[in-house]
Each structure stands twice: as structure tokens, then as C-alpha cells.
Design a protein around this ligand. Structure first.
Ligand code: NI
Length: 183
């Protein structure tokens, strides 16, 4: 396995629309996904899209661990808010309702910064795993956010482009000034 070099904002590979993965079961896709997971974990990210490692294919890896969810949620509610480590080829997102939530995001391709991004809070997504099986899940909360963030990378979109208020684009070191509830 290999830790891959991560493309940073401004590299053209992050701005183009990525191509479909022709065969998600191909050994080279499995090898790429393994390296992406190793790279994501090494960089302490929640997700990574293939264009971020200079490969313009529609492949994402992500996880939404339980500790990122709101502690006030019931066990049943928590289900849609979490996802195990997931590899998905050719993902598609469907927005399930109009409710949007603001949340702080970071990106391994935009190092050192955080931005407050409003996104749909309730989605369904589907795609293909590396055994060729169709995967469909409902996602809410951080889970919905990370999937939308990673899939945006496949369309050449970085989170600052989703921000309505650029006064909320800040350095990581200043996050402590912004942790009060938004009004
Ligand atoms: Ni990102």
C-alpha cells in the first residue's frame, strides 16, 4: 500500500468532471481504493475522492463514525447518521427533502481552512461496491454531509464554492472563535 500525494485547490484535476469507473471490480480499482483509504487515514480525513489523488475517476471512500453524531440522537435515529468505512464507485445522490443544515467542513485539498457550508440534511445515495454489488443508503447529518462533499469532488466542486457567506471561511486555528451556535 502507498500513501498518495493529495492534489491541492488550484490543480486542474480538482476542477474537472471525473469519468465513470468502467469496472468497479477491476483489480486496479481495488488497489487504488486501498491506497486512498491509507492516504485518508494517514491525513486524518473523513473522506477522499479519487480526483484528490490525481485520478479523474468517480470513486470515493468515506466514513461517518458514531462519535461525529449528535449525542442527543436515539439509537434508531443514529443509524442514518453513521456509515462504516465505505468504498463507492459511480455514486449518485438524491435529495430527499428541502431541509438544509449548516456545518463546518474541511478538505484535504484545502489544507488549513474550515468553512461553514449549508447542505441538504437528508439524502439517499447509491453506487457500486468493489464486488459489483449495488449499494443504496439513506443518510442524515454528518453522514449526508461527507457523502455530498466527496461526490462534489467528482464534479469538480470544492466546498468553498458551496459557501454563501465567505466570512465563514477561516483558518483551522481560529475555529475556537466560531463554535458558538449560529444565529
Ligand atoms: Ni474534500
Amino acid at each position: 500500500m502507498t500513501i498518495l500525494k493529495i492534489a491541492r485547490m488550484g490543480h486542474p484535476v480538482l476542477a474537472r468532471r471525473a469519468d465513470p469507473v468502467p469496472d468497479p471490480t477491476a483489480p486496479e480499482i481495488r488497489a487504488l481504493a486501498r491506497d486512498m483509504i491509507e492516504t485518508m487515514i494517514d491525513a486524518n480525513g473523513a473522506g477522499l475522492a479519487a480526483p484528490q489523488v490525481h485520478v479523474p475517476l468517480r470513486l470515493v471512500v468515506f466514513q461517518a463514525p458514531g462519535e461525529r453524531t449528535d449525542p442527543g440522537l436515539s439509537e434508531a435515529e443514529r443509524f442514518d447518521h453513521t456509515a462504516p468505512l465505505t468504498i463507492l464507485a459511480n455514486p449518485v445522490i438524491e435529495i430527499l427533502d428541502e431541509i438544509r443544515e449548516a456545518g463546518w467542513e474541511g478538505c484535504l485539498s484545502v489544507p488549513g481552512l474550515r468553512g461553514l457550508v449549508e447542505r441538504p440534511a437528508h439524502i439517499r445515495y447509491s453506487g457500486t461496491d468493489l464486488d459489483g454489488n449495488a449499494v443504496t443508503r439513506i443518510a442524515k447529518g454528518f453522514h449526508a454531509r461527507v457523502v455530498q462533499h466527496e461526490c462534489d469532488h467528482l464534479d469538480g466542486v470544492l466546498y468553498p464554492q458551496r459557501m454563501g457567506d465567505l466570512t465563514r471561511l477561516i483558518f483551522e486555528s481560529e475555529v475556537r472563535h466560531h463554535l458558538q451556535p449560529q444565529d
